[in-house]
Design a protein. Structure first.
Length: 91
């Protein structure tokens, strides 16, 4: 006798090993590795790669506070600190 109703679809089990990638707003990427045979409650490894930001020395110097910056002395072509720059009238 034939079964009644819609025939059942063959259920394929979900994969036991898989990865997921998450991208953050700052550009970093987190890759989560799962292996359900080893650990069924979460990822077995997480790799986070930060974006490569190349910032020049001048940009780093500009971000510092006024007393922490270095100032260029045009007379001897050297970088000097805040106190000396104030004495010489460069600031």
């Amino acid at each position: 006798m034939a079964g009644r109703g819609r025939p059942s679809l063959e259920d394929t089990p979900p994969p036991r090993k898989f990865t997921r990638q998450f991208t953050e707003e700052d550009g970093s990427v987190a890759t989560w590795y799962y292996d359900l045979d080893k650990f069924s409650n979460g990822p077995i490894k997480v790799e986070i790669t930060a974006p490569v930001v190349k910032e020049t020395w001048e940009e780093q110097n500009a971000r510092k506070s006024k007393t922490q910056r270095k100032y260029f002395n045009p007379e001897n072509k050297k970088w000097i600190g805040y106190g000396r720059a104030k004495q010489l009238g460069i600031i």
